[in-house]
Every structure is written in structure tokens, then in C-alpha cells.
Design a protein around this ligand. Structure first.
Ligand code: PNS
Length: 183
């Protein structure tokens, strides 16, 4: 136990913040969280509430999905934040920001973001974890694009997310259209 502020004691341990839009959460994200829990005692999944990005799912919808998905996983806190990530991190006992890296194409954006965050708070480090080979091609953006056009995203996002995407895009759950000589 470490005394944080006057009268306030907090269990410390190694805490990582995993920030992102999670619009929606994919198995790529989930794989990163599960592997991070092998290294850290606690992971805070921090969902950015940034309307400028015009997310498909509202912050309430994203929070609800992620909370349901991790409801049986101890040591995970699901939260949302507005404004600067470094300001949110300062309110927690995390020292590390965690980000997944899929390919070299992610690197430049991530490098700029990590450098900016470090310049805003020199005590903060960003740790990168390579996405599993099974999900390196999965991104929330492509998931939304495929789902919107009626393609299957099963196995790439949890079933709950598949259902929510179908509701959003008004795609019947049982839709299966065969196009062939008989049409
Ligand atoms: O999943 P994403 O969209 O790649 O996540 C990006 C996110 C939310 C981590 C990033 O945009 C962010 O930290 N936004 C909060 C605002 C902020 O702190 N910006 C300065 C970092 S350059």
C-alpha cells in the first residue's frame, strides 16, 4: 500500500493504460489486453470520448460493449476520458501507456503520438506491443466498412459487436444471399 494523498491509500502494482477509440473493439484489441495482463497487474481501458472523430458508436455504446466483454476478467477497469490523454493518465496510478502496433504503417502515427505525450509529461512512457499475427489486418475502420457493406466480420470481433454492427447498419441477422445461375 502506498499513501497517495492525505488520507488516501491505493493499492499500487503495475498499471497500464490502454487508450483508444475502440469504435468498435476488435479481437486485435482484446488480444493486446490479455497479453498485457501477463505483464501488468492492472489494465485501464480508456475509451476516448472525442466527438470530432465522428464515431459510429456513442461513448455510452462503446463503454457498454467493452464492459460486457471484460465483465469476467479481473484486473481490468473500463473507463472513458475527454481531453488530453496525459491529463487522464495523471489522475490514475499508471506510468505506462500501452498501444498495439500492427505494421510499420502504424509506426509514424504512433511515434508522433508517443513523442507528444512524452513531451507533455516526461514521466510517462508508451509501450508498444505487436498485434498477434491472427489480427494484424484487423482495424476498427475496416471492420466498420466491411460490416456496412454486409460482409462477415465474425471471428474478428466478439459476437456482441457483430450484433451491434448489424443493428447499426440495419442488416438482418440471418441475411445470406447466394448469387449464382439460379437467380
Ligand atoms: O484508437 P485510436 O483512435 O488510434 O486512439 C487514439 C487516441 C484516442 C489514443 C488518441 O487520439 C488520444 O490520445 N486522444 C486524446 C487527445 C490527446 O491526448 N491528444 C494528444 C496525443 S497526440
Amino acid at each position: 500500500m502506498v499513501k497517495k494523498k492525505k488520507g488516501e491509500y491505493k493499492e499500487m502494482g503495475k498499471v497500464a493504460i490502454y487508450p483508444g477509440s475502440f469504435d468498435p473493439i476488435t479481437y486485435g484489441h482484446i488480444d493486446i489486453v490479455e497479453r498485457t495482463l501477463e505483464i501488468f497487474d492492472k489494465v485501464i481501458i480508456a475509451i476516448a470520448d472525442n466527438a470530432d472523430k465522428r464515431p459510429l458508436f456513442s461513448i455510452e455504446e462503446r463503454l457498454q460493449m467493452v464492459k460486457i466483454i471484460f465483465k469476467d476478467t479481473p484486473n481490468i477497469i473500463v473507463d472513458s476520458f475527454k481531453g488530453l490523454l496525459v491529463d487522464y493518465v495523471a489522475k490514475t496510478n499508471a506510468k505506462v501507456i500501452l498501444r498495439g502496433l500492427r505494421a510499420t504503417s502504424d509506426f509514424e502515427y504512433e511515434f508522433h503520438m508517443a513523442s507528444m505525450n512524452r513531451s507533455l509529461n516526461t514521466h510517462l512512457d508508451t509501450l508498444f506491443m505487436m498485434t498477434s499475427k491472427d489480427y494484424f489486418f484487423v482495424s476498427s475502420r475496416t471492420i466498420k466498412e466491411v460490416a456496412k457493406l454486409g460482409g462477415g466480420v465474425e471471428g474478428l470481433v466478439p459476437d456482441l459487436v457483430v450484433r451491434r454492427l448489424k443493428e447499426k447498419f440495419k442488416i438482418p441477422v440471418t441475411k445470406k444471399k447466394q448469387i449464382g445461375w439460379d437467380d
